[in-house]
Ligand binder design. Sequence first.
Ligand SMILES: NC(=O)c1ccc[n+]([C@@H]2O[C@H](COP(=O)([O-])OP(=O)(O)OC[C@H]3O[C@@H](n4cnc5c(N)ncnc54)[C@H](O)[C@@H]3O)[C@@H](O)[C@H]2O)c1
Length: 437
Amino acid sequence: MYDLSRREFLHTAASVAAATSLPAWFLNEAQSAAPIAKNDEPLRLALIGCGGRGRGVAGQAARHGRMVAVCDVDDANLAEARKLWPDAAPFKDFRKLLEQPGIDVIVNGTPDHWHTLVNIAALRSGRDVYSEKPLTLTIDEGKRLVQVVRDTGRILQTGSQQRSEKNFRLACELVRNHRLGRLQHVDVWLPHGRSEGPFESRPVPTGFDWDMWQGQTPHAPFVTERAHVTFRYWWEYSGGTLTDWGAHHLDIALWGTGFERSGPASIEAQPLVEMIPGGFTAFSEYEVRYVYPNGVTQTCRSTTANAWNGTVLDPNGQQHGVKFTGSDGWIFVTRGKIEASDPELLTTPLPADALRLDVSDDHMQNFIDAVRSRKPPLCDAEIGHRSVSVCHLGVIALRLGRKLQWDAAREQFVGDAEADRWLSREMRAPWSYDSIG
Ligand SMILES: NC(=O)c1ccc[n+]([C@@H]2O[C@H](COP(=O)([O-])OP(=O)(O)OC[C@H]3O[C@@H](n4cnc5c(N)ncnc54)[C@H](O)[C@@H]3O)[C@@H](O)[C@H]2O)c1
């Protein structure tokens, strides 16, 4: 227990209390990105992956156009999407949907293990894509996706929408402009995952194409918990909350440190739980330590104060978010909240010649503007790939159980052929980068 003097206590309490809202100078700036004029034809949209998030984000896209097609491997979720868009043509196979003319934009709300193949097929077919995060299942997928975006000249926005929230942009702009003096350490807290099990296999529900749902991943008997929503807690389909929430908060850490198009130099990690055989496979609690090439250290820990979806379980516990600590103080930022060790760190305006980050206050609007202007969106494929690479590196270190050195320029481990084998995964036939058009 720290023994704070009364003055220190009052100062600390006042700092936190006074600094939890956005400062006036930042709000008053005419920084909001103006939407591109709506003088074009409405966009023709299609949704692939009609679960909760797919339908939600497609609803945002539908403010800018007309939903002409929807696709899901499960009739139940396809039916939910058709309630929202009764005129949209239904598909169970995304390849058939992509063969249709008259579609400009794909919204990809599939689970993580399907993101890349759907995205690559959509880009190759000439469509622009809004893809949910985490952008990929492996680092190799990300390298290929970035190349396809370059080759096709199409637009891809990664659904890491925290970059379109003012709190996060303010925190990263201040850190990038040395408001904290010399940046020393970044703490990232992510909601803990789930550790139940073992689970029983069951008959595949009617109307659910379980083989297609599994796609490139190893075949497994149907288990309800492997599929909708809880796929996140299996290594086979995702990386637990380290990728699910890491794609948000580790993305912000990269934005703030400025390593957003490169990455860390070393990674080591420990699981903090044992998982139950036959249950969820991705470690639900963990600690990962990174060192950036400039010596800045970063710790990413799961916290039990938040449920998997961010809901507060323990208001007195450590909440998920990102804390930047430098020689002159700290800034903590999370959804809807920014705090600092001293309020003046936030309330003092940045100088006129400060480095400013790209502005977006609406992630979908930013994507639509990119589609119209053909200029890169805020979270282009490389940003999404580099951010999820930090998550994947953490997962690889957790699973290998030893310290790894990473060459972010070559996107390979340093002198470590065993670790390099984790950069890609064998795809189950018939799936491959060439099988999808
Ligand atoms: N940006 C955010 O804040 C945010 C929030 C929630 C979820 N997400 C992401 O959105 C994605 C979906 O999450 P969810 O919670 O909606 O999952 P979900 O399981 O509810 O939905 C996924 C849907 O995709 C369908 N699907 C699977 N394979 C398919 C294929 N080959 N073709 C067509 N449909 C297919 C499934 O049947 C299911 O209906 C995940 O990658 C998740 O990380 C992002």
